[in-house]
Design a binder for this molecule. Structure first.
Ligand code: AG3
Length: 282
């Protein structure tokens, strides 16, 4: 927080930044892995940052969490066993558990303190943590996937931080090869893949890594995320045995739960590739 009452995340290499006006900092700790800070902002509710980078605000996290979960879960024919890597604030977990057909979710977050702090400051994101289908583990997700039984998951969701430090390995071919093995034959992996505008090269490299790990189809979806770099964000999906085109549209339209961003039209629109991205990924 700067002296003038604004929290700012700067992207030096992009010559841009996001600022939120803050009322006060309400928490600040150094966990074994990272610095965890919580602010009360004027207009975006509570804000969590990790090592100075925006992770979650009350106001706009619904877009990210819904898009990290529902497109993959409505593309899969029958998602019963789900693995979340990262996701310590539990917002993705909450969305996944809205699906009645999901029977078991393992969430593997490296830093237990992120979840404990989220339980305190983002109780609504953690509202489903007591669901008997949810199993929270605090350990290294890369190792978890490497040691997972072959064919043990339908969907793997990689809700990570930026590809630096411990999260870097979550964007590489070795990790995706382990995901491929841990997934059933019709399995889908989805990972947050940064900004289409700022990180086009990263998205291209992710596609190459996923194809190199033998996934048959790879696709990037995009959505607004006004507090992340460039205000525009993406997730990249890969499927083992078939195209990612098409989804359980009727089940999506008749879903029993509320969403605030995702719906059938958004699902289709999010898969439409902007011209520059399409050309990069050719
Ligand atoms: N996942 C973090 C996305 C990366 C944001 N990057 C940044 N602010 N520079 C968020 C976790 C939400 N469950």
């Amino acid at each position: 927080m700067r002296k003038d009452g604004w929290y700012t995340e700067e992207w030096a290499d992009q010559g841009s930044a996001i600022s939120l006006r803050v009322k006060e900092k309400v928490h600040d700790e150094q966990s074994p892995y990272q610095r965890i800070e919580i602010y009360e902002t004027e207009t975006f509710g509570t804000l969590m940052t990790l090592d100075g980078l925006v992770m979650v605000t009350d106001r706009d996290n619904f877009v990210y969490h819904e898009m990290m979960s529902h497109p993959a879960l409505f593309t899969h024919q029958s998602p019963r066993r789900v693995l979340i890597i990262g996701g310590g604030d539990c917002g993705t977990l909450r969305e996944v558990l809205k699906h009645d057909e999901v029977e078991h979710v393992d969430q593997v977050e490296l830093d237990e303190r992120v979840t404990r702090v989220a339980e305190q400051f983002f109780p609504e994101l953690c509202a489903a943590n007591d669901d008997p289908r949810a199993h929270l583990h605090f350990q290294d997700g890369i190792r978890w996937v490497a040691e997972a039984q072959p064919g043990s998951y339908d969907v793997i969701i990689v809700d990570s931080t930026d590809p630096v430090g411990p999260a870097a390995g979550l964007f590489g071919k070795a990790f995706y090869t382990d995901c491929h093995r841990a997934l059933k034959a019709d399995g889908i992996v989805v990972g947050q893949s940064e900004s289409p505008l700022f990180h086009t090269t990263l998205i291209k490299e992710m596609h190459e890594a996923l194809r190199g790990a033998n996934f048959l189809d790879v696709a990037t979806i995009h959505f607004p995320q006004c507090t992340y770099p460039s205000g525009w964000w993406s997730a990249t999906l890969a499927r083992k045995d078939a195209t990612l085109a098409g989804f359980r549209e009727e089940a999506c339209r008749e879903r029993s739960f509320a969403t605030r961003y995702y719906n059938a039209g958004i699902h289709q629109a999010a898969f439409a590739s902007p011209e520059f991205l399409f050309k990069t990924l050719l």
